[in-house]
Design a protein around this ligand. Structure first.
Ligand SMILES: *Cc1c(COP(=O)(O)O)cnc(C)c1O
Length: 381
């Protein structure tokens, strides 16, 4: 069976050379726009491409305001600060995520609280979220208080795993009921929609990532999306060292960060945005070919859940058990076809193993079985 999988993947990518899990494609105006920033000398945090990129994201996702940052992690850190996450707060998230989600919570001095995911979406489970909130929390003076720890649960950060949206409307309803601010980690899901609305637009704030391994990239980059004008204004200010605009004076009126995306990266981003729809079409065709193939093989392929239009950033399969997973990981990587397991659960990492958690049985089940397989845009030769 493993052999068949490897041959199928090699057939798709038409190569005998090593196949990466996800590599960028620069097929459009990338060189032209980047050269343009060099010729203009505006390669750094001031320049026309940064605002152009923000406008393209607004247009594409429908969000009212967008703030470009140096990467997805800084976008999430800033989004949580804007949501008012402070030291001594708790922030609910899923244990099945990339470490940046939890690190951004920690940068605010807050602690993650782990609630399980759904097996169908790989995203935060609205049912388990409600269960956790109703068993452990109460709303007191407008704040959601964890009765066990006495801490305020300020925000909730669901993550749209591999580009598949979580059941985000149900999550939002639950957050609203308990006065918990919803911040979406949509780092992996640019172009993905839940009931026709772009992911990252359901909460007060949402973020995207443009790291080298994502659906489109600008080397490193991130974006904060919000419909709240005041938060957007504050976000832009804080991301640019909180400098008060003035021709020569250096006055900073609050603690700021150097998180603005450089113009040279934004140039790359604009060129990639022009190709996004093509890339997603290509990725969805790839996913559909995988789905057919694995269906015949009797292996579970991770499909977009109900009500979701997915960008299929990373394709994944679910193997029988941990042993089969490990055997396949070894076999495929030895053959030069890169595959990898899903992340080690955050609740098991040194920094986070002491955190409050609910029942995590779905996350644990998935952790043992999910394998990602090559998912780059297929270039027709
Ligand atoms: C990629 C990613 C981020 C942000 O990553 P950066 O490399 O900082 O852009 C955050 N959360 C998740 C779930 C991610 O996959």
């Amino acid at each position: 069976m493993f052999n068949e999988i490897i041959s199928f993947i090699r057939e798709i990518y038409r190569t005998d050379k090593p196949i990466a899990l996800h590599e960028p494609r620069f097929l459009g105006n990338e060189k032209k726009y980047v050269l343009d920033t060099i010729d203009s000398t505006f390669v750094s945090s001031v320049g026309t491409y940064v605002t152009k990129f923000e406008d393209m994201i607004k247009e594409y996702t429908g969000c009212k305001h967008a703030i470009a940052t140096s990467n997805g992690t800084t976008a999430l850190h800033l989004a949580l600060l804007l949501a008012g996450v402070k030291r001594e707060h708790e922030v609910i998230t899923q244990p099945l995520t990339f470490v940046a989600t939890c690190n951004a919570i920690s940068y605010c001095g807050a602690t993650p609280v782990f609630v399980d995911v759904d097996k169908e979406t790989l995203g935060l489970s609205p049912v388990k979220l409600r269960e956790f909130l109703s068993n452990n929390c109460k709303v007191e003076n407008g704040q959601c208080v964890n009765k066990v720890t006495g801490k305020t649960v300020r925000a909730c950060v669901p993550m749209h795993t591999f580009g598949h949206s979580a059941r985000i409307e149900e999550i939002r309803e639950c957050c609203d009921e308990y006065n918990v601010i919803l911040v979406e980690d949509a780092a992996e899901s640019i172009g993905s929609k839940y009931r026709s609305k772009h992911t990252g637009r359901f909460g007060k704030l949402g973020i995207l990532s443009f790291n080298g391994n994502k659906t489109i990239t600008c080397g490193g980059g991130g974006m904060i999306m919000t419909d709240d004008q005041d938060l957007a204004k504050l976000g832009k200010h804080v991301s640019t060292t909180a400098k008060v605009p003035h021709k020569w004076d250096f006055v900073h009126d609050m603690l700021g960060y150097n998180y603005r995306l450089p113009n040279i990266n934004a140039a790359l981003a604009c060129a990639q945005m022009e190709q996004l729809d093509l890339f997603i079409k290509n990725k969805r065709e790839l996913a559909s070919a995988y789905e057919k193939f694995f269906g015949k093989l009797g292996v579970t392929f991770i499909k977009e859940p109900k009500d979701v239009y997915s960008n299929y950033w990373l394709n994944g399969i679910i193997l029988k058990d941990k042993k089969e997973r490990d055997d396949f990981l070894k076999f495929s990587n030895d053959q030069g076809v890169m595959t990898r397991p899903i992340w080690t659960l955050m609740s098991k990492l040194n920094m986070y193993k002491g955190c409050v958690k609910g029942d995590l049985s779905n996350s644990e089940w998935l952790e043992d079985r999910v394998v990602n397989i090559p998912s780059s845009v297929v270039v027709k030769k």
